[in-house]
Write a protein that binds this ligand. Structure first.
Ligand SMILES: NC(=O)c1ccc[n+]([C@@H]2O[C@H](COP(=O)([O-])OP(=O)(O)OC[C@H]3O[C@@H](n4cnc5c(N)ncnc54)[C@H](OP(=O)(O)O)[C@@H]3O)[C@@H](O)[C@H]2O)c1
Length: 195
């Protein structure tokens, strides 16, 4: 049984992942979010909720106690968030991090120029990559709400394939990574729907 801490638990991917974790695994989930009233329809004895901001390091460290996996599903000041999360993980001895980023951070999308909109995605990924953590960074394409699990991955250094990917596909990969301790450690994966 894996203990998973989900940061930004009301995010659009996180909500789909929570549903899949409850359906497909026996993981114990700790949902960390700024406003717990936003969470709807999650009734399970495998779920615990902590209200907090990811930038509040003391609350974050408390939430990390006893966790096997941290899955960060965040938007906003990602650089500061990455720094705080790495520090809290180092302080509490939690090694495994699944970090949701975006396609394009390495200028790896054929036919698309790198845009500075991605700076906080690129810089936060770099903070994680130079840490000692067992990270997997996911770089999904554009999200769709299609009710399908259909994806492939590309490694850092390879061109990104495709264009979009369903939220359910990204959630499926997150559950697999959380449940299989050695999978794609210290890797950064593009995630797309095969064309
Ligand atoms: N849309 C796309 O097609 C696409 C494609 C590739 C990558 N991405 C990126 O993938 C990531 C995940 O996507 P998503 O759609 O699941 O994101 P989302 O729905 O925007 O969720 C992000 C979550 O981060 C939380 N958050 C922000 N600042 C926080 C803080 N200081 N402390 C705690 N929580 C905080 C927000 O919480 P509140 O509810 O409290 O605001 C929100 O629930 C995002 O960075 C997104 O930009 C998106």
């Amino acid at each position: 049984m894996t203990n998973v801490l989900i940061l930004g638990a009301n995010g659009s991917i996180a909500r789909v992942a929570i549903e899949l974790f409850l359906k497909e695994s026996d993981a114990q989930l700790t949902l960390y979010l700024r406003n717990s009233r936003r969470l709807k329809n999650i009734a399970s004895n495998r779920v615990r909720v902590i209200e907090g901001d990811v930038l509040e390091i003391e609350t974050l460290k408390e939430a990390m106690m006893g966790q096997d996996v941290v899955y960060a599903n965040l938007a906003g000041n990602l650089e500061q968030m990455a720094k705080t999360i790495v520090e809290a993980m180092n302080a509490t001895g939690v090694k495994r991090l699944i970090w949701i980023s975006s396609m394009g951070i390495y200028d790896e999308v054929p036919g698309q120029r790198y845009s500075s909109i991605l700076d906080s995605y690129r810089n936060s990924a770099e903070i994680i990559e130079v840490s000692d953590l067992d990270f997997t960074i996911l770089r999904p394409g554009w999200f769709t709400n299609k009710d399908e699990i259909d994806y492939e991955t590309t490694q850092k250094g390879e061109p990104f394939k495709g264009h979009d990917v369903s939220r359910k596909s990204v959630a499926d990969l997150i559950v697999k990574l959380a449940e299989a301790p050695g999978l794609e450690i210290r890797k950064s994966l593009g995630v797309n729907k095969p064309e």
